[in-house]
Design a protein around this ligand. Structure first.
Ligand SMILES: C[S@@+](CC[C@H](N)C(=O)[O-])C[C@H]1O[C@@H](n2cnc3c(N)ncnc32)[C@H](O)[C@@H]1O
Length: 413
């Protein structure tokens, strides 16, 4: 099938009738959506050629206009839903489809959960040949709208309207869409948006982070905290269950932020250590420990890559759980190699980026050093493409002594 870049406009009658036909930018096609890719785009296939269309559902027949052409795939803009899915619902936000923040407001909430579950299973199978049966059903958020406690608002001068756009980056380009309220943000943040709009920044681009701080936790203004308070108890429960089940006695909370997991789980272990790059977060973690009278652990400031080798040596591998909650890019290769050498009994990996998580778990589980026991997804980000996952992996032969970096029994090290 040879696709040439040619300017022409055509509407195909049958979904498969354009096999062998030249496709060009601007073409209008009728497509049947066969699948949903991770990231939220619908997938229509014509033999090996893939056309991605956003804001659709599996089984739908849609009209779409080709906006991007590559060798093996194209992207198309949704023009009209010809045959809607029974799972299609009316989005709450008038900017849905235009704003880049949400991908799934057009899908009923149970359908979003099923979709995310399938996407994670597919991803784990593709990136690590993991059994999709190990992925538990996605735990729903009790509040699918009005849940986000942190948003970033941008402003951009619009020379056509001769005014500022204040809002979020658009779905289809890097321009800012002007919004008055965000339906997935907590109501208090929408009050803050009103304030920003009433006191607009000077002409030009700015970024403003609006956030609500958690009650009972000290969090410095620029430090990380989980951004959905409503499913946070659910996240803690899942991680507690995993840790309790392993029966380990020591916890290394790696990428610990303001000490959230250490302090929520500290009662389950004899001792814990939290490590974090953000010095202000570590100072806050120490004060958060005092507030909770939690005395069986400590918080250390610095890079995981520098500090973890020495911290691991404090504990007996068989009695240790390492909890990893890295930024979206995942762990550094040297951190994964260190864990493969030192072999703690359990690694609990928490991530809002299942692709980097599956990649890292694949490294940890290679040569049967660790084994994936379960992945529990939690819908911390309803109506968007994002999802949080907690993976539990166990060492297949945890080392008996202290976790010295060279004590591996694996001949490959
Ligand atoms: C996803 S957050 C997790 C925070 C914490 N576990 C929580 O639940 O609140 C990732 C954290 O990793 C920290 N971080 C990023 N790179 C790091 C590194 N190389 N060494 C130590 N901490 C790092 C960030 O500052 C951030 O606080």
């Amino acid at each position: 099938m040879g696709f040439a870049r040619r300017k022409s406009f055509r509407l195909t009658a049958e979904p498969l009738s354009f096999v062998g036909v030249i496709l060009a930018l601007g073409d209008k096609l009728t497509l049947t959506i066969g699948d949903m890719a991770f990231g939220g785009e619908g997938v229509a296939r014509v033999e090996d050629f893939v056309i991605f269309v956003p804001f659709v559902a599996v089984g739908e027949v849609v009209e779409a206009e080709v906006t991007e052409l590559k060798k093996r795939f194209a992207r198309a803009r949704l023009l009209r839903v010809v045959a809607p899915s029974p799972e299609r619902v009316e989005p709450l936000c008038p900017h849905f489809g235009e704003c880049g923040g949400c991908q799934y407001q057009h899908l009923a909430y149970p359908a979003q959960l099923r979709l995310k579950h399938k996407q994670i299973g597919d991803l784990f199978q593709r990136l690590g040949r993991f059994d999709p049966g190990l992925i538990a059903p996605v735990i729903p958020c009790p509040r699918p709208y009005g849940y986000r406690n942190r948003i970033m608002i941008r402003s951009q001068w619009d020379k056509f309207k001769q005014g500022l756009n204040i809002g979020f980056i658009r779905a289809d380009n890097r321009l800012v869409v002007d919004i008055e309220e965000c339906k997935i943000a907590e109501p208090a943040l929408n009050e803050q948006i009103k304030h920003v709009r009433a006191h607009p920044p000077p002409k030009g681009g700015i970024k403003v982070v609006l956030r609500i701080f958690p009650e009972g936790w000290e969090v410095p203004p620029d430090s990380f905290f989980q951004n959905n308070f409503f499913l946070l108890p659910g996240l803690v429960e899942v991680v507690r269950d995993r840790l309790r089940e392993s029966g380990t006695r020591h916890l290394l909370d790696v990428y610990c932020g303001v000490g959230f997991f250490s302090l929520e789980l500290g009662d389950l272990v004899e001792s814990f250590v939290g490590v974090e790059l953000d010095r202000l977060a570590i100072q806050a973690a120490r004060r958060n420990a005092v507030t909770r009278a939690r005395t069986n652990g400590e918080f250390v400031a610095g890079a995981v890559e520098d500090l973890l080798p020495a911290l691991l040596m404090r504990f007996t591998a068989q009695a240790a759980t390492v909890l990893l909650d890295p930024p979206r890019k995942g762990c550094q290769p040297e951190t994964l190699e260190l864990l493969r050498r030192t072999r703690p009994a359990q690694v609990i990996y928490v991530s809002c980026h299942p692709a980097t998580m599956a990649r890292d778990l694949n490294v940890l589980c290679a040569d049967d050093v660790f084994e994936l026991v379960q992945v529990v997804p939690l819908d911390m980000f309803p109506n968007t493409q994002h999802v949080e996952c907690v993976a539990d992996i166990r060492c297949k032969s945890a080392a008996g002594g202290k976790m010295e970096a060279c004590q591996s029994r694996d001949p490959s090290f």
